[in-house]
Design a protein around this ligand. Sequence first.
Ligand SMILES: Cc1cc2nc3c(=O)[nH]c(=O)nc-3n(C[C@H](O)[C@H](O)[C@H](O)COP(=O)(O)OP(=O)(O)OC[C@H]3O[C@@H](n4cnc5c(N)ncnc54)[C@H](O)[C@@H]3O)c2cc1C
Length: 424
Amino acid sequence: MTRAPRIHVVGAGLSGLSAAVTLAGRGLKVILSEAAPQAGGRCRSYHDARLGMVIDNGNHLVLSGNVAVQRYLRAIGAEDRLAGPPHAEFPFLDLRDGTRWTLRPNDGVVPWWVLSAARRVPGTALRDYAALARLARRHPGKRIDEVLPCQGPLWERLLRPVLVSVLNTAPEEGSAELAGAVMRESLARGGAASRPLVATPSLDAAFIEPALAYLRGAGAEIRMGRRLRGLEIDGDRVAALDFADGAEPLGAQDRAILALPPWVVAPMLPGLAVPDSFRAIVNAHFRLAPPPGTPPITGVVGGVADWVFAFADRVSVTISAADHLLERDPDALLATLWEEVAVALNLPPEPSPGRIVKEKRATFAATPEQDMRRPPGRTAFANLALAGDWTATGLPATIEGALRSGETAAALALSGLLVAQNPL
Ligand SMILES: Cc1cc2nc3c(=O)[nH]c(=O)nc-3n(C[C@H](O)[C@H](O)[C@H](O)COP(=O)(O)OP(=O)(O)OC[C@H]3O[C@@H](n4cnc5c(N)ncnc54)[C@H](O)[C@@H]3O)c2cc1C
């Protein structure tokens, strides 16, 4: 008698969790292996000894138009773990002259908000907003500076701050195609698809722990601290997964999904092109309860900080494309960022305890050249698929892209398998 097929998902970041949840939900036997002692990868929470509290490695913003995020949270029963305003609202501060404004795209698809000076960015005129429509078109292979004039008030006060966070790459050199894909799925669909949403109280509580609980409930095996070292190849199939704790042979019906970073996958699949240039993200976390009414996120222009996130027990600052800050002394950086936070949120100048977290290879560089190096989920091997925000999702390295790549890999693993559908 042949045994039921097993699907090995290697890597318990969001792409691996998405694949595992999708497959376990279809009644498949899933074995999830992860090298680190905890799941979550680049989207994780931990207890920070210096601050004496649980913090996230970095702030993560998703948008209400992120359909895979909604699907994933629904599947794991965590739809209530994202918080945000009922309508799209983005308060901003320009530190250079103290100007404050709130960008308020209207809910519907017809963008009448650009007609209202009160809803537009100060210093901009209606004609400037043609740039948004231009960006939302397809621009394969083009850099943003080939599509838009990267200057002027709309660029400095809206497009640059938004695009640097969307791409985690200096937007001038960023891919217009990837930026446009995000625009088409958010702002171009109106404010209702552009509401900012943040995991509360932590990334772990929203995206990770409920997924692990779901997988355990569905009978998946979850094995932390289990590192994949390589693959044993036999002709057109992977014969075994070579884990540090021993080889795992793959039966004829078994499948494997590698949901690993590109620099781990590349040596295992010689000849596969993968992104090889990365950008850092730096976060500063301050322990303090922000005053009631503090907006969940505030955009900061003209300083070091990009966005200030307010949680019930902490305030966190995100700086994208932050390679220039990697060598900065953490305490000096905390002092600079506290000054900006205090102005942005009207706080007293005495600093609160803080922690800098630097993620050196936070995402691949979202340039047209790097985008061309992203492989599809399907590989040359019939029983092996790839997942990860760096695979060819058509999106920049985001939670939405990571989750979709997991769904794609799950579909590839399922194809060819005669599997009884889970009636639930
Ligand atoms: C600071 C920061 C801020 C971000 N902000 C946002 C944001 O605001 N919005 C947004 O949408 N996205 C954001 N992102 C991007 C988002 O976190 C990623 O797109 C997503 O988490 C990637 O998931 P993944 O599964 O593709 O990769 P990973 O999370 O990197 O998962 C790979 C997993 O493989 C494991 N692994 C590695 N080697 C091995 C091995 N040999 N064997 C077994 N396991 C192994 C790793 O430990 C890891 O758990 C941010 C990222 C960072 C770092």
